[in-house]
Ligand binder design. Structure first.
Ligand code: ARG
Length: 272
């Protein structure tokens, strides 16, 4: 683990469910409790502050999903590849995130304007091998794998997502340190399941139950041997403990109404 893990978060000042762009938001229009969302976000911020440096980006007023900083873009070394959001409701975030990264000294590399890409929501670095797992099928284009492979020296693996409830890769897939993988296999098509199986030995794959997947257990922030999640079953906690991980649960149900949890609310900034 790098000595100084660093993450980007965005305060949920304007967080709300004001439109529906994923199945979780359906039935939750205008149903968030701002005070509760703020206190759940602050609790996550506090847990992570004990394990890493947390930077903040200022929230945009009409951008209720901006607290989901995972979708800002892809960070690799000192390069930032901004997202190109599939849905118009989130496109206003692109300029604000790009400006923040430019100010921090990151080099900005743009993807072709006609491609959709939702950043670390769909692009997850393996914690051990030089490979980038890319989700597509709902928000990001399949062609992103070639684009990123041409920009960086790493293997990119395109994984097709097949269940609309798990519309971003980080809702159902989480590479952990030590080469472990936390994932929910039914969220992927057969080819993707095969691509995963051919690279991660069975003994390192932790498949979660549907119940854990729906509690966003795969939407985990992993720092060293700590795994921070909304919620995990006793069974999953025991499996993770056997693999050497300690689980910290911090309730984020206000954010589940928008289709996100711990990992979505953070973006790792110190990626090699
Ligand atoms: N409401 C947001 C959306 O649909 C939630 C984003 C969650 N982020 C994530 N990385 N899974 O775009």
């Amino acid at each position: 683990m790098p000595a100084n893990p660093r993450f980007l978060m965005c305060p949920p000042t304007h967080f709300a469910v004001d439109y529906v762009i994923n199945p979780w938001m359906e039935g939750n229009l205008h149903s968030t409790d701002p005070a509760r969302a703020q206190s759940q976000w602050s609790a996550l911020h506090e847990v992570l502050s004990g394990l890493a440096r947390i930077d903040l980006v200022a929230p945009g007023e009409d951008l209720p999903d901006m607290p989901f900083t995972a979708n800002a873009g892809l960070v690799l070394g000192d390069v930032f590849v901004p997202s190109r959001f599939r849905h118009a409701q989130r496109r206003g975030e692109e300029a604000l995130f790009t400006e923040w990264f430019a100010q921090q000294g990151f080099a900005i590399r743009q993807l072709p304007a006609d491609m959709d890409f939702e950043g670390a929501g769909d692009a997850l670095l393996d914690r051990e091998a030089p490979r980038l797992w890319l989700g597509h099928g709902h928000r990001s284009d399949a062609g992103i794998a070639q684009e990123i492979a041409a920009m960086f020296d790493l293997e990119t693996i395109a994984l097709r997502l097949s269940d609309p409830r798990f519309y971003h890769l980080d809702t159902c897939f989480c590479p952990l340190s030590g080469g472990w993988l936390l994932y929910y296999p039914p969220a992927f098509d057969a080819e993707a399941v095969g691509a995963i199986a051919s690279r991660i030995p069975e003994s390192r794959r932790i498949a979660v139950s549907e119940q854990d997947a729906l509690a966003f257990a795969c939407n985990a922030v992993n720092i060293g041997t700590t795994v921070v999640v909304n919620r995990a079953s006793g069974e999953l906690k025991a499996t993770l403990a056997k693999a050497g991980f300690e689980v910290i649960e911090t309730p984020l149900d206000e954010f589940l109404k928008a289709g996100g949890a711990a990992k979505c609310l953070t973006l790792r900034l110190d990626e090699r």
